[in-house]
Design a protein around this ligand. Sequence first.
Ligand SMILES: Nc1ncnc2c1ncn2[C@@H]1O[C@H](COP(=O)(O)OP(=O)(O)OP(=O)(O)O)[C@@H](O)[C@H]1O
Ligand SMILES: [Mg+2]
Length: 354
Amino acid sequence: MTATEPVFSVRDLWKVFGPKAERIPGNKEYAALSAEELRARTGCTAAVRDVSFDVRKGEVFVVMGLSGSGKSTLVRCLTRLIEPTSGQLAMDGEDVIAMDKTRLRELRRHRAAMVFQHFGLLPHRSVLDNVAYGLEIQGMSRPERRAKAADIVTKVGLEGLEDRRPGQLSGGQQQRVGLARALAVDPQVLLFDEPFSALDPLIRRDMQEEVIRLHREEGRTMVFITHDLNEALRLGDRIALMRDGGIVQLGTPEEIVANPADDYVRDFVRDVPREQVISVRRAMRPARDGEGESGVALKPDTLVSDAIEAVARSGAYCRVVDNGRTLGVVGYEELLAVVAGLDDETEPKEVAAV
Ligand SMILES: Nc1ncnc2c1ncn2[C@@H]1O[C@H](COP(=O)(O)OP(=O)(O)OP(=O)(O)O)[C@@H](O)[C@H]1O
Ligand SMILES: [Mg+2]
């Protein structure tokens, strides 16, 4: 595997539920129908509809969309927990569709681990044995797997609770067990299906911090489903927005908030505090006579909210500087335009060095 090879590579993927599902992908007549029309005409639901994307090594790839848009189906297709109807799917360059049962089992046990919304814990086992479960399935000896599980238990902040049963834990603690169990097998990629949506907001925030910390410390690749935009923006390096089985937009949080692809996406991001997502790279204007030569310098990825503070302190404008090169400047006017949403449709403005 080369450094740039994606962890998952998905091309023209379809999952159709219903009678004679194979006739739907690639059929031009059916392709023109809305999800509802397709259902009425054929009795089939295209849960995943001609989707293509890569999950890059080390990124948090968020899949977002309204209920029923196909998020769970898509992510289950990645390890063929749900069998795709058509399309190509590779993990580390290896064809997943062509894998036989043994190879597929090995993929699910060692290479990709799933964390579910309802924890999926074994009620009669202790926390430690729940965490060790995946290792047990792998055939690891009892002392070895318990030692390894104990390490992971500590890592996710559950020490002292090793001997409890899941029923004796809070929801947040149970989800930590679910997370620990997935981590224990040391998978290359973690797949999360709305893992925190059953948790109350404070615990949820804690768990998000936990995921961010794990990601930062270990650089593990993650695919994370949520229908919570704030969660998506906090966690995602990139976000795929789904609607009726298709991906309507795929981009960084900033790209999506600054440049929604259509009204569905625009609706989704309407209430986002734009200044906390959009950077000065998008907000800046070209420097005018002499402005580029002095003044406070900000990095291009400085958030507008932080730039407002910097501009307030400096009293005038700040320069946006990358590698010693002034890309442009931001003052109140540019920054407030972002806050007010007057910058929609703008592309990053690069100007010549001054
Ligand atoms: N086994 C199945 N048989 C028939 N239709 C299904 C099946 N599983 C899912 N669907 C349909 O496929 C579509 C996508 O479902 P999916 O569970 O992937 O949505 P989702 O985005 O995960 O929704 P949620 O946010 O509610 O979890 C829905 O219309 C759903 O009814
Ligand atoms: Mg779902």
